[in-house]
Design a protein. Structure first.
Length: 206
């Protein structure tokens, strides 16, 4: 399926690290590690040059609400149309036992917040009442090594009506300078109706 740029159900992200006795500080370090490597500005330019089935996509993840936890404001757009992102989300990243969870939130009146990454203090005016959880669409990851996390959404848990889909799946790998994200939509018979078919989008940190 050519030129599909639907990804990150949501760009997008979370973690895991098995706790042992006296390991709470290591868990905290791992969570901080994940959140740190996730944030930044990425593009899929290199992949789009190598394979024209992929677009050059801009992915920005900006930390917000630091006093409340680990939140990221996320924008995805065609690279030369960053003023018109096709996906605007908030991710909440936290730890549950030996896994790391990235909850995905939509934003009411999202157009009011586009492009504010240049002055991130503006996001202080965004409130929790302005966002809504996408039930079943969280991404659960494990820590596979230093600066390496991988995971996915639950099986058929993330509902989607886009282009005739019934549900969406996302697979994510996060490293220090790259995010590999593969989003796909399937109808009720399990036939893929949107998303890349060859593999995920490879975002490289700029």
């Amino acid at each position: 399926m050519k030129k599909t740029f639907l990804l990150l159900a949501g760009i997008t992200l979370l973690i895991s690290c098995k706790p042992t006795q006296n390991q709470s500080s290591k868990n905290s370090d791992a969570l901080n590690e994940l959140v740190s490597i996730m944030q930044g500005h990425y593009s899929s330019e290199k992949q789009s040059i190598a394979d024209t089935d992929y677009y050059n996509i801009s992915l920005r993840m900006t930390p917000i609400w630091k006093e409340k936890g680990n939140y990221l404001f996320v924008e995805q757009a065609i690279f030369d149309k960053q003023d018109k992102p096709y996906r605007v989300r908030v991710y909440k990243v936290h730890q549950e036992g030996d896994t790391f969870i990235s909850e995905i939130y939509t934003i009411k009146n999202e157009k009011n917040w586009i492009g504010k990454w240049a002055t991130p203090e503006v996001y202080d005016k965004l409130t929790e009442a302005d966002i809504e959880l996408k039930q079943g669409c969280q991404v659960t990851l494990k820590r596979d090594g230093k600066n390496l996390f991988s995971g996915a959404t639950g099986d058929k848990t993330c509902q989607s009506e886009l282009r005739g889909a019934s549900f969406a799946n996302s697979k994510v790998t996060v490293t220090q300078n790259e995010i590999l994200s593969w989003d796909q939509g399937f109808d009720k018979e399990g036939k893929q109706v949107w998303g890349a078919t060859k593999g995920g989008y490879l975002f490289i940190k700029i």
